[in-house]
Write a protein of this length. Structure first.
Length: 328
């Protein structure tokens, strides 16, 4: 396993009820990393868990589906989900063959630390395939909210993302490390990206955290109807976020990405990655990996970032043997 340099830091919990405890090592069939010359019959269905329809995971997974079904004998079944933490559970139980997750969530899950959902119960069958692109932390501010910094969020109505999602994890990390705020200090609400956008539009929340590669569809659409803001982190705020969680990296949303926001927005990001389960046949994993990375020129979403040369940057867990075959 590569040295990721990621420390096992305590992350704010509040993610109980994901149903992951006790699922580590559960098998959904297959021959495992050491076996696996069976590439499957023509038309075999590969299950792929993405994220909410308003984020980046779902449409990008749709592009992967088109490529994989075009160049292999497999059919891909893409499902909308609550994203990272839920997807880890689906891989652990065998309900998914592949899934998109954040690199920090992958590390917590594999090592059984950092989140209440995984504490002491590592997801032993979780394996990496490839990292894809930065997932940018968007802090959306409603048009009537008088919020110009994280310190202003005490007592605010804040949508931190789906309960148990990577977005919620990141939001709580940042609120605590930057402003010392815990859920007792604000009105926390939890929905997916699309519903969070509706809440901002309707004035039901003051702030919504959205994590995804820019441009995020739900934020783009929201900006066409409401005069939103995207919080620009000060140097001190960004430094505090980076000090609080070593898997964050500096990131900037270019001006003009969203309507009405002309200046660059400084923030932080994590990495989106493809994960799989150890029991899945190595030949299947290698074939799917090759289908994607031999055809990156066919991608439209995040095409500036997804590349074979950078596909192991930020990889936080050990690779599946099938992926290792391709990249090595």
């Amino acid at each position: 396993m590569r040295d990721t340099g990621i420390e096992r830091r305590r992350v704010i919990a509040g993610i109980a009820g994901t149903g992951l405890i006790g699922m580590a090592g559960c098998s959904g069939g297959g021959n495992g990393d050491d076996g696996g010359d069976d590439t499957g019959d023509e038309g075999r269905i590969i299950t792929w868990h993405a994220g909410g329809t308003g984020g980046t995971y779902f449409p990008l997974s749709g592009e992967f589906e088109g490529i994989i079904e075009d160049v292999t004998d497999y059919d891909l079944q893409v499902s909308a989900t609550g994203a990272s933490v839920e997807n880890v559970g689906s891989l652990a139980s065998g309900d998914a063959d592949f899934a998109l997750i954040q690199n920090d969530i992958a590390f917590f899950a594999r090592n059984g630390s950092g989140l209440a959902a995984f504490e002491g119960d590592p997801i032993e069958n979780l394996r990496g395939v490839a990292t894809l692109y930065p997932e940018t932390i968007h802090v959306i501010v409603g048009p009537d909210a008088d919020i110009g910094s994280f310190a202003d969020m005490e007592g605010a109505r804040i949508n931190t993302g789906d309960l148990g999602s990577g977005t919620q994890v990141n939001a709580l990390q940042i609120l605590e490390s930057v402003a010392g705020l815990t859920p007792e200090d604000f009105d926390e609400q939890n929905t997916d990206f699309t519903q969070a956008a509706d809440q901002i539009r309707d004035g039901d929340v003051d702030v919504a955290f959205v994590v995804g590669g820019w441009p995020v569809g739900a934020v783009e659409e929201l900006a066409t109807t409401v005069d939103i803001g995207v919080l620009n982190m000060s140097d001190d705020e960004r430094e505090a976020a980076l000090d609080g969680a070593s898997w964050f990296a500096e990131d900037t949303i270019p001006g003009g990405t969203y309507g009405g926001i002309d200046g660059d927005v400084d923030t932080v990001s994590v990495q989106a990655m493809i994960a799989t389960r150890a029991e899945l046949e190595s030949d299947i994993v290698e074939t799917v990996t090759a289908a994607i990375f031999d055809n990156v020129d066919r991608l439209e979403i995040k095409s500036a970032f997804i590349d074979v040369e950078t596909a192991q940057n930020g990889m936080s867990i050990e690779l599946h043997e099938g992926a290792a075959r391709y990249f090595e």
